[in-house]
Design a protein. Structure first.
Length: 168
């Protein structure tokens, strides 16, 4: 009987060992499941954080786009105003040029005369009529004509007559 008792105890020990192994396997499974659920919770938290971050980025982008559109609209308004101003200025400048006759500075005419150019040459270079050039030169004559006449040994009236003869 003792043999049966020992055999029963051995069977109980084997059964207990098997049960311990099964409990251990179930604990590992539960730990894995718990770890998976923790990982799932972490993944869900990260997913939520990512979703919130994306929403913030979208909001920021929408704000930036709205600001850029507003700046583009203002730039187009400024550009239109500049184009209008430029067109008005150009039109006004053309009108002024058309209403104002071509003018050659008197100093330029006198400088050419001082350089020894005759009335015809000055008229050709400046694009003015010979009469206009002659008038400018003659108007200077009372002041400078006397000096020139003195240096050439003739009277100022002779120089004026000489210049008038070139108007033809």
């Amino acid at each position: 009987m003792e043999f049966f008792f020992l055999l029963a105890q051995a069977a109980l020990l084997v059964l207990a060992g098997v049960m311990v192994l099964r409990v251990r396997e179930e604990l590992h499974l539960l730990v894995r499941q718990a770890t998976s659920s923790q990982q799932n919770e972490q993944i869900e938290r990260l997913h939520e954080e990512l979703r919130q971050t994306l929403q913030e980025v979208r909001a920021t982008l929408h704000e930036g786009v709205a600001q850029l559109e507003e700046r583009i609209k203002r730039a187009e308004q400024v550009l239109h105003a500049l184009e209008t101003h430029t067109e008005n200025s150009a039109t006004q400048a053309v009108a002024e040029v058309q209403n104002e006759p071509h003018r050659v500075p008197v100093e330029h005419i006198l400088a050419l005369a001082d350089a020894g150019c005759d009335v015809q040459e000055i008229a050709r270079r400046t694009g003015l009529a010979e009469g206009e050039v002659s008038l400018v030169v003659q108007l200077r004559m009372p002041r400078a004509g006397q000096q020139r006449a003195d240096s050439e040994g003739v009277s100022a009236d002779e120089i004026v007559q000489k210049n008038e003869g070139t108007d033809e």
